[in-house]
Design a protein around this ligand. Structure first.
Ligand code: UDP
Length: 237
């Protein structure tokens, strides 16, 4: 099932169904894009029609932040939140079980190196065939590296909208794969950034923990959420 918010279609899946759907896409003969959408991405879509088109054409759009869930709730609709970081971790576990090769692009060099080490230590048999940090100017260089190694699952952690644009353009450039934008997940997996304690995660209050522990984030995110909710309520789908 899917719902609409501020003119964009969002898929409503249980966590398990989302994983299954992603694994089906992964087997298809094309590059598929998964967008884990949050309120900031809606404002980006509003001001940038190219970004809007990317979200519209994505094979899967899942609500990552609690803000999206809350906005839909205020409009009388329910959607199940899927934390992008948990979703991506689960896809890595499924990949290791099923002999699927993995590529990872994003974050600073020391962060991705550490994240790769941590993931390989915690997920037995994980086959990471390609990884690269997220600070490069020539996308083609990275596409070439990915083409040579052909990972079937590719996680991209470069923040939004950069990661969504990188994945979208890869649709023309790469061999079949499932590509997922995963924001700051590598920072967490590498141990560079601490994830909110479980109680915050359960209550959907990770944003609160993050804004309190990273004040510079507070300045960026605080005005966004109430504004986003007001806009969502006023929008006629
Ligand atoms: N990042 C990157 N390349 C860039 C900009 C950012 O690889 O050109 C990485 C950054 O190091 C971090 C991740 O993107 O690991 C997510 O950044 P941020 O937390 O700003 O994004 P958000 O999750 O808030 O979208």
């Amino acid at each position: 099932m899917s719902v609409k918010l501020l003119g964009l279609k969002i898929d409503d899946f249980s966590f398990e169904d989302a994983v299954q759907k992603a694994l089906e896409l992964l087997k298809e003969d094309k590059v598929s894009q998964v967008v884990t959408i949050n309120p900031e991405m809606f404002s980006q879509a509003k001001k940038d029609s190219g970004f809007k088109k990317i979200v519209e054409e994505a094979e899967m759009v899942v609500p990552d932040g609690v803000g999206v869930k809350l906005a839909l709730k205020l409009k009388g609709q329910n959607v199940r939140r899927i934390a992008g970081i948990d979703f991506a971790k689960r896809l890595l576990e499924e990949s290791s079980k099923n002999g699927i090769s993995v590529g990872i692009v994003g974050a600073k060099e020391e962060v991705i190196t550490k994240a790769v080490k941590e993931l390989q230590a915690s997920i037995e048999g994980l086959n990471i065939v390609y990884y690269h940090n997220g600070y490069f100017s020539d996308d083609n260089e990275i596409y070439n590296g990915l083409k040579e190694t052909s990972p079937r699952l590719i996680l991209v952690a470069m923040g939004s909208p950069r990661q969504e644009e990188f994945i979208y353009n890869a649709k023309q450039a790469l061999n079949p794969a499932l590509m997922v934008g995963i924001g700051g997940s590598l920072d967490v997996w590498s141990g560079t950034v601490k994830r909110a304690p479980e109680i915050y995660q359960k209550l959907g209050l990770e944003w609160l923990y993050r804004t309190v522990s990273q004040p510079e984030r507070f300045k960026r995110i605080f005005p966004t959420l109430p504004l986003f909710l007001i806009k969502a309520l006023m929008y006629k789908e």
